[in-house]
Structures are given as C-alpha cells and as structure tokens.
Design a protein around this ligand. Structure first.
Ligand code: FES
Length: 128
C-alpha cells in the first residue's frame, strides 16, 4: 500500500487494485452573493482562488505554480485565468497550465453551493 500527494492510496490484495481517497473536508469559503467574478479566501494558512464561470463556481490554488503570484488577481479570458506576474494561463475548471513560463498545473478543488454558501473540499485537490 502506498499513498501519493493527492491522498489516494493504492493497495493490492489477491490481484485486484483498490483506489481510495481521503475523506472530503468541506469548508465554508464565502457567501455566493459576495462572489463577483473572482475572490481570494484563506483557510488554515493556505490561499484559494475562487472563480465564477458560466454559472459554476471553481476553486484553485491561489498561488501560481511558477513563482509567487496570486491567481485571484489575474485577468480572466474565456475559461482561463492569466497569472498577473508573467502571464501563464491556467484553466479555471481544472487547474491545467496552458502556457509558459509555468509548466506545472495548480491544484483544483471540488466546490459545491449549499443554501447560498460556497463550500470547498480542501482535501479533494486534483491536478489537471
Ligand atoms: S509567477 Fe505566474 S507565471 Fe510566473
């Protein structure tokens, strides 16, 4: 059995492979009515960029994977956010990096909205 940084564990018994994930840990990020196009929230010392896009809400790591810069302060074009420091483009839906100089994705987190509150699963990070 082993884990990786995404919290998945892979184990093998009698020839089959099981994949398990850490338990979801939903945090209350903010009120949906307070989200215009993008926002930055912090929880336990980590920052998240929250975006409203095509009627959905998405959450990424706020810090660019290249150097320190806040994606929550980047410009949005279509489904991409442009890093304000050097201009790398990241997919808002998945965290996929789409242009240099960054070459690694940023973490993407499950989001749901309940009773007007945006919730983020801070254990559900998935990289594109
Ligand atoms: S800090 Fe984001 S592209 Fe360089």
């Amino acid at each position: 059995m082993s884990g990786n940084r995404f919290g998945r564990e892979y184990s093998s018994s009698s020839g089959d492979v099981r994949v398990t994930r850490k338990m979801a840990r939903w945090i209350e990020a903010m009120q949906e009515k307070d989200l215009d196009e993008q926002a930055r929230i912090e929880h336990e010392g980590k920052a998240y960029a929250v975006f409203r896009l095509d009627g959905g809400v998405y959450a990424l790591d706020d810090v660019c994977s290249h150097e320190y810069s806040r994606l929550s302060e980047g410009e949005i074009w279509d489904d991409e956010v442009y890093c304000p420091k050097h201009g790398s483009r990241f997919c808002i839906r998945t965290g996929e990096v789409r242009s240099f100089p960054a070459f690694k994705p940023v973490g993407s987190y499950p989001v749901k909205v309940e009773n007007g509150t945006i919730l983020i699963d801070v254990e559900g990070c998935d990289e594109a």
